[in-house]
Design a protein around this ligand. Structure first.
Ligand code: GTP
Ligand code: MG
Length: 574
C-alpha cells in the first residue's frame, strides 16, 4: 500500500543569507547562534509536522486556500550549495522542492546564482525566501508570523521600498529564465516562482513560507510523494563523519521505504560497491527503524570509504548492479584525451561532468578525493598529447602543497574552485590565455616587416660577408631575417646587426646600423641608396595581417610595401 510521505525540502542560498536562522525560526530553537562562526557545521535534517505548520499559520490556510495533506515537511539545511548536489538520485535530486534564501538587502550574490543554476540543472521546483525584511530601514516589526498582516501595517514608503527590492530580485531571476512575483500576486504557481518576504529574526512571513512550500509540494508533486512503507529503504549519503566511540558514520536522507537496525546496505566507495550491516540508527534519537522521508545517522562497521553523494540501499535483487552502473557513470577513466576531474563527492562530480559535457570539454578521468602525485603524472601524459587538456580540475578538496609543487615542476595546470560554474569558467579562461600566449610566442618567432636604405658612403666590406650601413626606415630588422630588393629577389640573410661595433639583437625605425650578409656582393647585387626589405612568406604576411594590433604603425607600412612586392612577383611568375 502506498501513502504520501513528507516532502523533502532543501534550503539553500548564499553564505549568511539566513538558511539556518530560517530553519531555527521554524523549529523555534536557536541552533544558529550556537554554531561557531555561524557557519553550519553539519547537515541537519529537521522535521516539521503538519500540526506544527497548522499551529504556526493559524487562519492563513483558509485564506490562501491550502488544505494540508502531507504529514509534514522534512527540511534539509545545506552548509554550502555543493551539499545540495549530494541529495542526488541518478542525475536528479531527492529534494522535492527547495527554498532559495536571499538576503533582501544584499540581493543576488555568487552562491545565489550557483544555487539557481543547480536547481535549474536538477529541475527542482523552488520558492524564494526574501529574508531579513526586519532590517529594511523603517520596518515596523509586528507581532505576527504572517507577512501579509505585517505588511498591511507598514508605512507606504516602506512598502514601496520592499517592493523595489523585490523587483530587483525579479529582474535578476529573469536573467536566469525564471518569471517570478511576490507570492500574493502570482496567478499561476506552475509558471511563476513565488517570492515570500520573511524575517528569520522576527518570524514575520514564516506562516506564508511554510504554507506555500507545503501547498506547492502537495499540489504539483503529489504522485512523486507516494511511497511504499514496507519496502527496503533507498537513500542518499549526504556526509561521512567520524563520531567519537562510533567510528565512521554516515548522515543520510531516506526518500523511500524503511530502514531497520540490522539491515544490510550497499553503498559506494572509491573502489566500487561495498556492503555493511546497520548497527544503530539515530533520527535524531535512537530508533529501531526509520521510515521515509527522514534524515538518519547510520552507525555500521566499514563505512570508512563511503563517498558523500553516494546512493545507498538495503540489499536486495538488482541493487548491487544498479549501484555499480551509477558508479561507473561518474567515476571513470576513458581512453580519450581530456581533463582530469577531482571532486569531493559523487554529487559534485556528477554536476561537473554534465556541465563539462555541455561546454564540449572532454574528460579523461574522474575520481573522488584529494589530488595525488599519480594524478599529476596522469595529467602530464595527457598534456604531452594536448597541452590544453593537461589540467586537473579540483572541486572542493584540498590539494596537498607537495602535489602542487610536483604539478608545477611537471607543468601540469591545477585549477581549484569551490563553485562548480567558476571552476569550469576558470578552465576555459586558462585555455584562452594559453592559446593567446602560444600565439604571441609564435609571432615572436615570425620574421618582422622592415624597410631599410643602404646608406651612401657606408660600404665597409664588399663580400663574404658584405658589411654595409643601413638606415631602418620602417619596422625592425633582426639577425636571421632574409632581405630582398624592390623586385622581390631574395638577396641573403642578415648575419649580424651592429652599432658602433656593438652587436644588437635588433634595430628599429630611425636607427643607422651596420649589417653583415654572407651571400651579398656590394655594388653588384645592391648599390648605395637602394631600398631593401625583409622578405616574408605569404603565410607570414597573412598572419601579420590577421593580428595587425601586434605591429607598430611604421611596421604596418613596411608590411603593406612588402605585400605589394610579393604579390607582384607572384603574378609575374604566372
Ligand atoms: P551559512 O550556513 O554560513 O551559509 O549561513 P546561513 O545562510 O545559514 O545564515 P545564518 O542563519 O547563520 O545567518 C547569518 C547571519 O544573519 C546571522 O548573524 C543571523 O543572525 C543573521 N540573520 C539571519 N536571518 C536574519 C533576519 O531575518 N534578520 C536579521 N536582521 N538578521 C538575520
Ligand atoms: Mg547555515
Amino acid at each position: 500500500m502506498h501513502e504520501i510521505r513528507s516532502p523533502i525540502v532543501a534550503v539553500l542560498g548564499h553564505v549568511d543569507h539566513g538558511k539556518t536562522s530560517i530553519l531555527d525560526a521554524i523549529r523555534e530553537s536557536r541552533v544558529a547562534s550556537k554554531e561557531a562562526g555561524g557557519i553550519t557545521q553539519m547537515i541537519s535534517a529537521s522535521y516539521v509536522s503538519k500540526q506544527d505548520i497548522e499551529n504556526l499559520s493559524r487562519g492563513l490556510a483558509e485564506k490562501l486556500k491550502v488544505k494540508l495533506v502531507v504529514p509534514g515537511l522534512l527540511f534539509i539545511d545545506t552548509p554550502g550549495h555543493e551539499a545540495f548536489t549530494n541529495l542526488r538520485e541518478r542525475g536528479g535530486s531527492i529534494a522535492d522542492i527547495a527554498i532559495l534564501v536571499i538576503d533582501v538587502n544584499e540581493g543576488f550574490m555568487p552562491q545565489t546564482a550557483e544555487s539557481i543554476n543547480i536547481l535549474k540543472r536538477y529541475k527542482t521546483p523552488f520558492v524564494i525566501a526574501a529574508n531579513k525584511i526586519d532590517a529594511l530601514s523603517g520596518w515596523n516589526k509586528q507581532d505576527t508570523k504572517s507577512f501579509l498582516e505585517s505588511f498591511g501595517k507598514q508605512r507606504e514608503d516602506v512598502k514601496a521600498k520592499l517592493d523595489e527590492k523585490l523587483y530587483s530580485l525579479v529582474a535578476k531571476l529573469g536573467e536566469y529564465g525564471f518569471n517570478s512575483e511576490r507570492f500574493d500576486r502570482v496567478s499561476d504557481f506552475s509558471k511563476e516562482v513565488a517570492i515570500i518576504p520573511v524575517s528569520a529574526k522576527t518570524h514575520e512571513g514564516l506562516a506564508e513560507l511554510l504554507l506555500l512550500v507545503a501547498g506547492l509540494s502537495q499540489r504539483y508533486l503529489e504522485k512523486e510523494l507516494y511511497i511504499h512503507k514496507d519496502v527496503p529503504a533507498k537513500g542518499s549519503i549526504i556526509e561521512v563523519k567520524e563520531e567519537k566511540g562510533a567510528g565512521t558514520t554516515i548522515d543520510a536522507i531516506i526518500y523511500d521505504g524503511v530502514l531497520k537496525s540490522g539491515d544490510e546496505i550497499y553503498f559506494l566507495t572509491n573502489s566500487g560497491v561495498k556492503k555493511t550491516k546497520v548497527r544503530a540508527l539515530f533520527s535524531p534519537k535512537p530508533a529501531e527503524k526509520v521510515v521515509a522521508a527522514a534524515g538518519v545517522k547510520v552507525i555500521a562497521p566499514g563505512l570508512e570509504g563511503a563517498i558523500p553523494g553516494s546512493p545507498f540501499a538495503v540489499v536486495g535483487e538488482s541493487v548491487e548492479e544498479e549501484l555499480k552502473k551509477q558508479f561507473k557513470k561518474i567515476v571513470f577513466e576513458s581512453s580519450e584525451l581530456g581533463v582530469y576531474l577531482k571532486a569531493d563527492s559523487l554529487g559534485s562530480a556528477e554536476a561537473l561532468i554534465s556541465l563539462l559535457a555541455e561546454r564540449g570539454i572532454p574528460i579523461a578521468k574522474v575520481s573522488i578525493g584529494n589530488a595525488s602525485k599519480e594524478d599529476v603524472l596522469f595529467a602530464r601524459s595527457i598534456a604531452e598529447k594536448n597541452r590544453y587538456l593537461g589540467a586537473i580540475l579540483v572541486f572542493n578538496t584540498r590539494t596537498p602543497r607537495e602535489v602542487l609543487r610536483i604539478a608545477e615542476d611537471e607543468r601540469v595546470k591545477v585549477i581549484e574552485n569551490n563553485i562548480i560554474y567558476r571552476l569550469v569558467e576558470n578552465y576555459e579562461e586558462w585555455v584562452k590565455e594559453e592559446k593567446e600566449k602560444e600565439k604571441k610566442e609564435m609571432f615572436a618567432k615570425l620574421n618582422y616587416p622592415a624597410r631599410m636604405r643602404f646608406l651612401p658612403g657606408c660600404c665597409f666590406r664588399l663580400s663574404k660577408p658584405a658589411v654595409f650601413g643601413v638606415e631602418v626606415l620602417d619596422g625592425k630588422i633582426k639577425p636571421g631575417a632574409k632581405v630582398m630588393d624592390k623586385e622581390g629577389n631574395v638577396l641573403g640573410e642578415i648575419k649580424s646587426v651592429q652599432e658602433k661595433k656593438e652587436t644588437l639583437p635588433e634595430a628599429c625605425q630611425g636607427m643607422q646600423v651596420a649589417v653583415s650578409i654572407d651571400e651579398v656582393v656590394l655594388n653588384k647585387d645592391i648599390c648605395e641608396g637602394d631600398i631593401l626589405y625583409t622578405y616574408l612568406t605569404k603565410e607570414e604576411i597573412d598572419l601579420w595581417g590577421e593580428r595587425g594590433e601586434l605591429l607598430a604603425e611604421d611596421a604596418k607600412f613596411a608590411l603593406e610595401e612588402i605585400k605589394k612586392i610579393i604579390l607582384k612577383k607572384r603574378i609575374e611568375k604566372k
